[in-house]
Design a protein around this ligand. Structure first.
Ligand SMILES: CC(C)(COP(=O)(O)OP(=O)(O)OC[C@H]1O[C@@H](n2cnc3c(N)ncnc32)[C@H](O)[C@@H]1OP(=O)(O)O)[C@@H](O)C(=O)NCCC(=O)NCCS
Length: 167
């Protein structure tokens, strides 16, 4: 029987293998070819905003936040978000997203982009963005390009190509 309760905490370097295993389980090897992966490639996740859900002695979920740019504006990309099936539907996924968004807001970030399902992320503060306004550097279903505004006016100011922080 697995622990039903969890606590959220910042991801530590020692969590790397557990987090990688969650990503492999949730997205498989195809994850390396995804446009969202390319946006993050080679950039260290933001240590204060990337969290894990600890269920007893197991890391059951994780969310990663990484710096990007949209046009010339600094922003964050949220993802991957993954929760192990053993711990599904206990609210950990939504709690990870809410906590990382709150931490980002407090740290002064303005915008968070992700590629994901609007029915899941919409109630968490994300909305679809006009693909002519914010583009991604690779193939993506435009209906899955979502933005959360952390500061008033940030959504309207978002314009241009989403880019890897190093590009
Ligand atoms: C999506 C995921 C993170 C949800 O984790 P979780 O901890 O089970 O989520 P929560 O407990 O916070 O929320 C569960 C609810 O979200 C719903 N949900 C899960 N995935 C959904 C999706 N893609 N679209 C809409 N709703 C979804 C569930 O049906 C459930 O609904 P309920 O509350 O009415 O029962 C997890 O299933 C997962 O890792 N999936 C594989 C990877 C993935 O798709 N990641 C997100 C895209 S980047």
């Amino acid at each position: 029987m697995y622990s039903a309760t969890y606590m959220l905490r910042p991801a530590q370097p020692s969590d790397a293998a557990d987090i990688e295993a969650l990503h492999e389980m949730a997205f498989g090897p195809g994850r390396f070819a995804r446009t969202a992966f390319r946006l993050r490639e080679g950039v260290a996740p933001d240590r204060d905003l990337s969290l894990v859900a600890q269920f007893g002695d197991r890391v059951g979920g994780s969310v990663t936040m990484t710096r990007i740019r949209i046009g010339h504006e600094p922003a964050l990309v949220l993802g991957p978000l993954a929760v192990h099936p053993d711990f599904a539907r206990k609210g950990a996924g939504r709690a990870l997203v809410r906590a990382s968004l709150n931490a980002a807001r407090i740290a002064g970030h303005r915008l968070v982009l992700l590629v994901g399902d609007e029915p899941y992320y919409g109630p968490l503060g994300f909305r679809r963005v006009d693909y002519a306004k914010v583009m991604l550097p690779g193939p993506v279903d435009p209906r899955r390009v979502l933005l959360a505004e952390l500061q008033p006016g940030a959504f309207d100011a978002a314009e241009g190509m989403a880019r890897n922080w190093h590009w």
